[in-house]
Design a protein around this ligand. Structure first.
Ligand code: CU
Length: 197
């Protein structure tokens, strides 16, 4: 087979498989006035897929500059989370939230044992030493999720089609599961999710 013929066949194959494969989808989260909503967790539930098995990949909620980084960490149910401290001061991280109550007493560096987040919902994090430190771990039952930046934007790899999305942001509070909307992926342009923020 000539190299040219091979290229034609490969091109045809990749075009045929496009329909089932995930592709980058730009998403913009705004309030009703059209202003960007930052730190919005967007989780997408793909129709026809079974509830995903829990993950064992480890995630990190760091402390840098006496702040939690990121402000909102989204993980899939079952994810172990480490709390590395990059500051020269010690932190004492805790959560009193129903989905996960824990406390890591005054520490420097990275505590050896991760905290496993095994229930969906939101845990609010604080530090006993620094009252202004506030962070959130949002736990979802899907592997498809992301968090908006200060510009309200995020990108997710999604298969084309209509999907159900859940949107949660800090102002809703941890007891609120978030708002649900539909999202049509694969249209070739950014999808806008408008919420009452
Ligand atoms: Cu602290």
């Amino acid at each position: 087979m000539s190299p040219a013929a091979r290229i034609v066949i490969l091109t045809a194959l990749s075009a045929a498989s496009l329909g089932t494969h995930a592709a980058p989808q730009a998403i913009l989260v705004t309030n009703e006035a059209g202003q960007p909503v930052a730190h919005a967790a967007v989780s997408v539930y793909i129709k026809g897929t079974r509830a995903m098995a829990t993950t064992s990949a480890t995630a990190n909620m760091a402390q840098k500059g006496r702040a939690f980084q990121p402000t909102v960490l989204v993980v899939q149910t079952g994810t172990p989370v480490l709390f590395p401290n990059f500051d020269t001061v010690r932190h004492h991280v805790y959560s009193f939230s129903p989905i996960k109550k824990f406390e890591i007493k005054l520490y420097a560096g990275t505590p050896a044992a991760p905290v496993v987040f095994d229930k969906a919902g939101t845990a609010t994090l604080g530090c006993n030493i620094h009252d202004q430190m506030l962070g959130y771990i949002h736990v979802v039952d899907t592997p498809h999720f992301g968090v908006s930046g200060t510009d309200g934007q995020l990108n997710l790899d999604l298969p084309a089609g209509e999907h159900r999305v859940q949107i949660w942001w800090p102002a809703l509070g941890e007891a609120n599961p978030g708002v649900e909307q539909g999202l049509k992926a694969g249209g070739g342009q950014a999808v806008m999710l408008r919420v009452k923020s």
